[in-house]
Ligand binder design. Sequence first.
Ligand SMILES: Cc1cc2nc3c(=O)[nH]c(=O)nc-3n(C[C@H](O)[C@H](O)[C@H](O)COP(=O)(O)OP(=O)(O)OC[C@H]3O[C@@H](n4cnc5c(N)ncnc54)[C@H](O)[C@@H]3O)c2cc1C
Length: 394
Amino acid sequence: MAPQVLIVGAGVTGSVLAMLAKDMGLSVRVLEKSRGAGGRMATHTFRRGDRSSPVLAHADLGAQYVTTRSSPEHPFLGPLYKRLTDAGVLIPFTGEVAGANPYGGAGPEVRHFAAPMGMRSIAEYFLQSSSVPIDWGVAVEDLSPSDSGVAVSAQVPETLSEEAATANVVVLTQPVQQVLGATKFGLRGTFLKHTSEEVMAGLKKVEYSSRFAVAYFFDKSKVSWPFSWTCKYFDKGDVRYVAHDTARRGGASEEPLMAVLVHSGVPLGMKLNDEEDPFPTAAARMQSELEEKLPELPWATAEGSKVHKWKYSQVYIGYGGNKPSPSWVWPVGAETSSSGGCVELFRADGSLGLLCGDAVAPASNFEGCVYSAYKAAEMLRAHFGKCAPTPVAL
Ligand SMILES: Cc1cc2nc3c(=O)[nH]c(=O)nc-3n(C[C@H](O)[C@H](O)[C@H](O)COP(=O)(O)OP(=O)(O)OC[C@H]3O[C@@H](n4cnc5c(N)ncnc54)[C@H](O)[C@@H]3O)c2cc1C
């Protein structure tokens, strides 16, 4: 049976929204182009050999920690953090951070959380606890709204199940450039002809930063971490962030290899943006700078490495030209106000198309995405005449 709500993307926004919509009693289905959840909160699993070989280490290639300035009494975020920490999905991050965190992450009111099972486990947790059906490996290609619902097509038609081929409401959560059709996994965008000029103008202003992530894996019996800090920010050069990724995630790890994660600066990401195979150049430049900046670690002796390009990393300019604020706080008492967080792409009698995610949120981070999912859930409530999205069922 066609779901009432089809969510495109199993990142943090899509997974929180799936949980909220399911809690409202709606029938929900998620389509995800990758084989796993998390999106830009991606956790790489390092093995030597195929998927049946033993796991040697994990590394968070994208988001590193969850940061909050919210009060534990916040009616929505308070129960959400309690639930995530009670389940062990998040634990307080207590490691030393060296250098100036450019995302405004310091101050007495700031709390950081790490995800011991990797950042992707946050999205996995929301999806598992709502037990919505998910179709993995389905790249949505286009949407056709009509008075009888939204018809969905996939880049590889055979991957789309009958249950996912139509819905009353489709919610897109991928980066805006992909919604506008500008990339490999871009949508064809037939549905955009139903989008108002004002919304199109707002979407066209959105810009993302680009950067590289490189995870190095060292044999713990041969290499030990030589620094007191767990994470360090650098304000110049190709290398802008280095972390002992295994330690950052907290707890005693059974993994035989130690993961060290490095993020490039945005200039390197932008410079190599249009190159067909930017990975060897990026990896070589970053390694040579690491050898200079942190010679205490024998970079060349790593047992393996993984290079990833984030073409759409964090939002640099948000919807309508708004600048996202990393220190944004979701105000108590304003959780049902109608400003921002979710955009209507099209509406007909029997169909609705929404876009949510960090580009339309006040911040390009975990809480911005959670806020955006909450605002989308409010729009679903209004559309289906349901009651308000509940805080989080405990
Ligand atoms: C390097 C880096 C560091 C960061 N650091 C932090 C941090 O420390 N703390 C923090 O809070 N945030 C951080 N962020 C930002 C945070 O990761 C994002 O704000 C958040 O993950 C966005 O989630 P989302 O669900 O909105 O979008 P995404 O995570 O992009 O999810 C969209 C999903 O849609 C899927 N998709 C795309 N196209 C299609 C299609 N056609 N069909 C089906 N599925 C599709 C994608 O595969 C993806 O799973 C960082 C991001 C990066 C890249």
